[in-house]
Design a protein around this ligand. Sequence first.
Ligand SMILES: Nc1ncnc2c1ncn2[C@@H]1O[C@H](COP(=O)(O)OP(=O)(O)OP(=O)(O)O)[C@@H](O)[C@H]1O
Ligand SMILES: [Mg+2]
Length: 230
Amino acid sequence: MRGVFIAGTDTNVGKTWVACQLLVNARTVGINVAAMKPIASGSFGFKNDDAVALINAAESEEPYELINPYNFTLPISPHLAAQEAGQTIDLQVICSAATKLEKNGAWLVVEGAGGWLTPISLHHTMADVARILNLPVILVVGMRLGCLSHALLSAAAITTSGLRLAGWVANSLPRNQTNKMLKESENIATLSTLLAEPPLAYFAQDDSSATTQHQAATAIARLLGNNKNR
Ligand SMILES: Nc1ncnc2c1ncn2[C@@H]1O[C@H](COP(=O)(O)OP(=O)(O)OP(=O)(O)O)[C@@H](O)[C@H]1O
Ligand SMILES: [Mg+2]
């Protein structure tokens, strides 16, 4: 499969935000993109907000069911949400939807749910979704207190899963009670050392500036410029 799997250090760290930046800016330079949110929970309508954001960013006209095959109402872990809905998440269903989306050689941007090891059943986690799609992984690090350990644990687990960590993104979150971070640049420098590479992109709290576009474009060029990332 050609594309990237967008993992995060946690829920609410900017996976959707970063995925949308990559999709919009990839389209801008003429790349044929496809988007997917295979599993979502906490959806208050027929469609999930993340999936809709990705569809808009990709300007996708593909059937919704391919983009978001599993969509649950309760804002709880997918394995509990699926249980509540009387459903079993089938990795083959996700794989076959991804294959259809990618049919024209589109660059597939797939957003996970929660963190890397979020359970989707008592036997599988989001890591298995990334594995069945066999995509390189981008780790979105939401820059908030606690993210260093989360980032190092996630990076270690991604590598252990046999997938390639294509890079990490430092994402500056809107500051509130949950998202506290002093010395952000020092934390980014620390992670660059401990993860042994600088971030693919640094996103400030902004969604339209030229800097954001430049960061996204650079990340895409680095991802697609390296054949191993395809
Ligand atoms: N760089 C940024 N600038 C401005 N707002 C941001 C940025 N990153 C994230 N946000 C905002 O922070 C919130 C959480 O981001 P987002 O929904 O992308 O997280 P997520 O990891 O996809 O969450 P979930 O686990 O629910 O899928 C959203 O309101 C989003 O718009
Ligand atoms: Mg999201």
